[in-house]
Design a protein around this ligand. Structure first.
Ligand SMILES: [Zn+2]
Length: 308
């Protein structure tokens, strides 16, 4: 198993401190094991993706002193790979069309699990007769394609969280608009790029068993996962624009250059003293995944600006 790692931003905006901290961690995991570190642009959702953010995101990562191997891979140019994987699942009878609207799914899910339930697809269209499903597809009815997971329970092992067990629902593989779904693309990409260790925010932990199932069904070797704590604003919501100056550009305008930001991120991870000047490579000998904070970093961007 390789220890190769990656960072895979979606070009929907500028990276904020939470993204940058996760990128730094992913880099540290890979580089501390002398492994490759790859970059992937998750621009599958072409409508929302904006080219200028691709450039600004990569420039910000470089400004922090992070480097990566080879050219960044673009999801939007890899449709054939996702189609191949989908075709393989279809051949094995693991895919069915779903004609439900979002509203129908929300209503069915909340009837089953109560209002607070995460949106879990209740499998309505899995029970359609194959002839009926075929007739509606042939009639041109809009539909998504879903995985026939049959309620399988999957356990994954995470470096920081240990074993995580979850029933996998019939996830979307291809959306109604024809776009391949994130869960399918991320598995195909990570496997194809040879990623052995996936480091990302722990908001994605709950979807990991779904992806593990796809690895298994596609005959791919599962990677290992490390889900790292997020950065939260003073209101304990995930750090976002509304919390204030959170991007490298905004912080720079307030006198906090990339060196100061890196120092701040390193200190938040227990890898540097407050205010210590560091480069990413200085952090490698200090880095031990087991010593990482397990709690989110609560940050008030207003205080950062004052400190500058
Ligand atoms: Zn359905």
């Amino acid at each position: 198993m390789s220890h190769d790692g990656r960072f895979a931003p979606s070009p929907t905006g500028e990276l904020h401190l939470g993204n940058l901290r996760t990128a730094l961690l992913a880099w540290l995991f890979a580089r501390s094991q002398r492994a490759r570190f790859l970059m992937r642009i998750e621009d599958l959702d072409v409508g929302r993706a904006r080219e200028r953010f691709v450039d600004s995101q990569l420039a910000d990562l470089r400004a922090l002193g992070l480097d990566w191997d080879g050219e960044p891979v673009r999801q939007s140019r890899r449709q054939a790979l996702y189609a191949q994987a989908l075709a393989r699942l279809e051949r094995e009878g693991l895919v069915y069309p779903c004609f439900c609207s979002r509203r129908e799914i929300r209503e069915a899910a909340s009837a089953q699990h109560g209002e607070d339930a995460e949106l879990v697809y209740p499998g309505t269209c899995a029970r359609l007769a194959p002839s009926e499903a075929r007739r509606r597809v042939d009639a041109g009815e809009e539909h998504a394609l879903r995985l026939r997971a049959e309620g399988v329970v999957v356990t994954v092992s995470d470096r920081l969280h240990g074993a995580v067990t979850r029933r996998v629902d019939d996830i979307v593989l291809r959306r109604r608009d024809g776009a391949f779904a994130y869960n399918l693309a991320v598995v195909v990409d990570d496997a194809e790029q040879g990623i052995g260790e996936i480091v990302r925010g722990d908001d994605l932990l709950s979807s990991t068993p779904r992806q593990a199932l796809l690895y298994d069904l596609l005959g791919l070797e599962r990677p290992s996962w490390a889900h790292v704590p997020l950065v939260l604003g003073p209101d304990r919501a995930r750090l976002a624009k509304r919390h204030g100056a959170v991007t490298l550009r905004e912080l720079g305008e307030r006198g906090l250059g990339p060196e100061r930001v890196l120092s701040l991120l390193a200190a938040s991870l227990g890898l540097a003293e407050e205010g210590e000047q560091v480069a990413p490579h200085d952090l490698l000998p200090r880095f031990d995944p087991m010593d990482l904070p397990r709690e989110p970093w609560i940050l008030d961007p207003g205080e950062l600006a004052e400190a500058a």
